[in-house]
Structures are given as structure tokens and as C-alpha cells.
Design a protein around this ligand. Sequence first.
Ligand code: ADP
Ligand code: GLC
Length: 480
Amino acid sequence: MKIVQVASELYPYLKTGGLADAVGALTTALADDGHEVAVFLPGYRRALEHQDALGAERSLRLKIEMGDQFLSGDVRVFSPRKNLRVYFICREEFYDRSAPYGNGERDYEDNADRFIFFSKAVVETLRLGNFQADFVHCHDWQAALVPLLLREVERNRGVTLALKTIFTIHNIAYQGLFPAKTFGRTNLPDELFHIDGLEYYSQINLMKGGILFADRVTTVSPRYAKEIQTPEFGCGLDGVVQTRADDIVGLLNGVDHSIWNPAVDPLLPVRYSSANLAGKQACRAELLKRSGFAADFRGPIFGMVCRLTEQKGVDFVLTNRDFFLTQNCRLVVLGSGDKRLEQELRDLAAKAPQKISLSARLDEAMSHLIEAGADFFVMPSIFEPCGLNQMYSQVYGTIPIVTRVGGLADTVTDIDREPNTGTGLMCEPNAASLRDALQRALLLFANPARYSAAQQRGMARDFSWKLAAKGYERLYQEAL
Ligand code: ADP
Ligand code: GLC
């Protein structure tokens, strides 16, 4: 099949979170399965600097209609592996910046223009290249306009650029909501600015367009597919999602074992496997050292790696600060984002630098070291569409502590509730329930036989993307 993927993040070119890992792994798995895959990403500064992109060919010059203006752009393309072509949509004014979405304090003011331009440029590239894809698969709000734009090309020019379109919701909390005047930048017919179209309480909602106009809608875990049809998790789009209830399916992400595998991971000081965990001890020692903790510490290390946002339940951890200050344990946090959360974690670490550390930056190597060197991985999300770190934890022999929501509930079972099959500790999304799980973690750690049995079960689980990609292939076939 000829498959086009459209996203605003793609590992290894640009990553702020799991979207990049998921789209990167899916495209690779599909290409390795023999499909002809093209993937589109904005030509961000960091992406263009990646060594794969240095030899990219400038394939097309674009003129994109945006309201009453025409904006130019160009397309750079390269092939990092067999069956896979990567297309960067470039326009310096929009993408030559240090970060993809905002300056740390807030989102860029021209994000609507940046991603409407991107979506239009993708469709124009498909048109000029006479692509004729079997599928155009779009991810999250930044690419959500593409199915509708493709439909308009078909209506206006009689050209079919894709037989079917798929829209995947990675996180319904981010919708691409902009003032009504933004609608003019899409050059779509006025009737689409309507309750049955892109209009959402007098604003334009790009994600709504993806949900309504793609042939199939997916999200990244079965449980989240149900959750987003409820007011509690739907972030105001639950009613819209319900209108597609028959077409929406939750397909779990997987783990890319060429990148996240302790037996081959080049970012670890020492590698290991379930048969020989000596290397995990070496990673633990390195993590203690890198965090500025005493090397002879024998108690449990709790690790955390995440975007610092409310979603990730960081407040539940902060409410339990006395646990980390008083118990015989260590806490290592890697994360950046929300300034308040960052400051509160920084203050906590400053209170007990011998026990608690915060690295407030993006650091791929450190994220692997924490997965490998910690004994428990803390992920008490308020909601979690899929979540990758709880899967990485199991693969790395680190017991995840997670809330019973979304993909976390679909990929972890509780060791105390299911002593023969459990691979993690589960709690409800509140501070008291997390406290209980942390206490249970201390008990588990004090019982090496139980701890290591759970660890072995986690390491034996198969989260591979080969399985996950099969789900998408089946969906593509059904849609055709
Ligand atoms: P989300 O996509 O909501 O951020 P996921 O669990 O799906 O959550 O994926 C998060 C990904 O981002 C993981 O690969 C994780 O290791 C990575 N990550 C998050 N914060 C950082 C950071 N500060 N440095 C390096 N990697 C990070
Ligand atoms: C989003 C979600 C996360 C998911 C990732 C990849 O960022 O927050 O749960 O794992 O997308 O699908």
C-alpha cells in the first residue's frame, strides 16, 4: 500500500513527547513491512540540522493560498531507509525557531497560520507530485485539517489524492482552538464554519475537523477510545467523538525495540537483559552518581520522566513531598514545561539535594538512564491516552506506578490485586491513592523475591510495534 503519514513530531528529527516516538515507530514498522511510506513534518530548525536531512533534496517550490495572501515554501525530501521517504515542509518564517510550539512561557501567536500552512502544503505536495495514496493518516490537531482539505481538492478539482483518510487522536486535550477570524486563512467555504463543521462555540477547532471529516478515527488505547466519549475525559469534544462512535477504534502504541531495549541500548553505560540484570545495577549506580546521591544507597529509587503538565499528575507527587523527604528512598525527576511545577520541584530538590533531584531539560540519554537505573517509575497521570514510559519501564525491568486511566490501565496490572500476573502498582488519580501505592512500593522492594518475580513478568511482556502496526494494517484494509 501507498501510505502517507502527517504529523508535527517525528523521532529522531523532532520530539517533545510520545507523539514523535509513536509516529516514528509506526512509519518504520510499515516501511519494513513492505509498504511505500511517505511522512510529512514541518521543517523545524532542529529537524533540518539532523544529519539525515543534511543531504535532503529540495524537491518543490510551493505557493500556498492563506486567506488573501500567497505564502511561499519549499519541500525537502530524503530517504532514511528502504520504502520510507521523509518530507520536510519548509518556510523559515514559521519553522526556523528553537522550539516547535512555543517559547516556554506560552504558545506562539501564529500557531494557527503555522499549522494551516503546513496542512495545505502537504496537500499541495501530494497534488503536484500526483501521489495517489491509498491512505493519508493524520496525527493530532496540527494535521487535522488535511482530511477536509483533501475532500475539497476532490470536490473542486475532481482529483482523488487519497482513497481513504485516517485521523489519530494522541491527546484530545490539545485541540487547536483559535479565534473565528482564523477560519479565513483556510480558504474553505463559509458553510464549513458551522456547528457541523469546524466551528466550536464561535471559535475554530481544528481537531474537530479531523474527527468529523476523516474516514476513520483512531486513538491510542482501547480505554481512551471509550473515555473520550465521556464529559470527564472528552475535553468538550465528547459529543463530537460520539457522532463517530461506530468508526472510532483504540489501537495501542508499541515499543520500538531498536531504540528502547536494554540489551542493545547505546545510551546506557552497561546493557542488560532479563537473564542477567548485572547491567541494571551498573545503570543504577550511574544514576545515583549523575543525580549527586551517595553511591552506597541501597533503598528504592523512584524515577519520573515527563512533560511537566497537569496531565502527568505532578501535583500528586508534590502533595506527597513528605513521603520522599522522610522515607528511605530517592526521587529522580527529568522534565520541563509548566514553570510553577518546575519551580515547586526545584524547591523540593533544594530541600533535600542528597535525596531528590530535578533535571529540568530535554535529555534523551538521561531518560533512558532513568528507565534503566530506577527501581520504580512514577506515572500518576490524571488522564493518559496511551503513555509510553510505563511500557518502557516494564521492558527495562522497572516497576511502573500508574493510575487506572487510559492506556496505563490497558498496559499495567496491579501486583497486589493479581499476584501471579501483575507487573506494576496501580492507583486512582489522587494524592492519597498515590500515597498508598508508594507505601506498597516500599513493601514490594523489601521483598526481593516478589519484586523480582514482577520484574521478570514485565520484561517478558511483548509490547512490540510489529503487533501495533498490524492493527493499523488491518484497519487500512477494512477501510478500503
Ligand atoms: P506524552 O506523549 O504525553 O508526553 P508518553 O509517555 O507517550 O507521554 O511519551 C513521552 C516521551 O517523551 C517518552 O519517550 C519520554 O521518555 C519522553 N520525554 C518526556 N520528557 C522528557 C525529557 N525531559 N527528556 C527526554 N525525554 C523526555
Ligand atoms: C500523547 C499522549 C500519550 C501518548 C502519545 C503517543 O502525547 O499524551 O499518552 O502515548 O501521545 O501516542
